[in-house]
Design a protein around this ligand. Structure first.
Ligand code: MN
Length: 271
């Protein structure tokens, strides 16, 4: 079990409670909030690990590293084997559409899938300062049981988003696709306000900006489902290959593109 909000996150404790009794629970989590670190791993310095205690967990470790570090360490060293289930979350805040690229929560589940474990990432669409997690707990429990009884293909993990207002969360489960028309209106705020430099002459930029309402009205997307108060369940795999483009280009040997390359190569050899 992992949580990119850090080992002290209420969502981590909520996940432990939600999955209690399903098996032996091991927690391996970053020592602080590592949201937005994506699938980063620590390679330029050693990773520091401390054992700690967490109510409901058989063993618990804090890692001075990223969520992907945590899952890698858990499987390869701390547990010495892949667990029956890698559960990431419950994240305070949604992970919809392109968020899966930036999310540490999703990366933890993705790392699990890469290591051939079954994995789910659960995010609560809720106020981060006062997260309401009960609906997400019910969903996490249900999906964990479903996954543990074989309801998941190898290499595929589930990205789950639960609106906190889902009153009957299990009746609201909806299979969705990632809504990639949901775009961020990214904006850098210069800090401090005085000419954008601090006393040391450094520029300070703070990334802000909300997502737009792209895909909000398409219920087949994760964002659209959540917008309707439904629980979004997206099967995700890490094959980023564009299979349409591959089929189009790879099936046509001797295309103009290839001939152009050969002509350029020949010209170079002659020159
Ligand atoms: Mn997070």
């Amino acid at each position: 079990m992992c949580n990119d909000d850090g080992v002290g996150a209420p969502g981590l404790q909520a996940m432990v409670e939600a999955l209690s009794g399903l098996g032996e629970i091991w927690v391996v989590a970053p020592d602080r909030d590592r949201s937005g670190t994506g699938h980063a791993i620590t390679v330029h310095q050693p990773v520091e690990v401390r054992e700690t205690r967490l109510p409901g967990a058989e063993r618990a470790f804090t890692v001075q590293g990223t969520p992907a570090d945590c899952v890698k360490l858990a499987v390869l060293e701390l547990m010495g084997q892949a667990p029956d289930l890698v559960a990431a979350g419950i994240n305070a805040g949604s992970n919809l559409g392109i968020d899966v690229i930036y999310s540490g929560t999703v990366a933890a589940a993705a790392e699990g899938a890469l290591l051939r474990a079954r994995a789910i990432a659960v995010s609560a669409v809720t106020d981060k300062s006062n997260p309401r997690l009960a609906a997400a707990q019910a969903v996490a429990r249900f999906l964990a049981e479903w996954v543990l009884t074989g309801g998941l293909l190898p290499g595929v993990f589930l990205n789950v988003n639960v609106p906190d207002r889902a009153l009957q969360p299990l009746e609201q489960l909806t299979w969705t696709r990632l809504g990639l028309n949901r775009r961020y209106r990214d904006e850098y705020v210069r800090l401090p306000a005085q000419e954008g430099r601090d006393e040391n002459g450094r520029y300070l930029f703070w990334l802000t900006g909300d997502a737009d309402d792209g895909d909000l009205h398409d219920p087949s997307t994760d964002a659209g489902a959540v917008h309707r108060g439904r629980v979004s369940v997206t099967p995700v795999h890490l094959d980023l290959t564009d299979h349409q483009a591959l089929a189009r280009w790879a099936a046509a040997p001797g295309t103009l593109w290839l001939r152009g390359f050969r002509a350029a190569w020949d010209a170079r050899a002659l020159g």
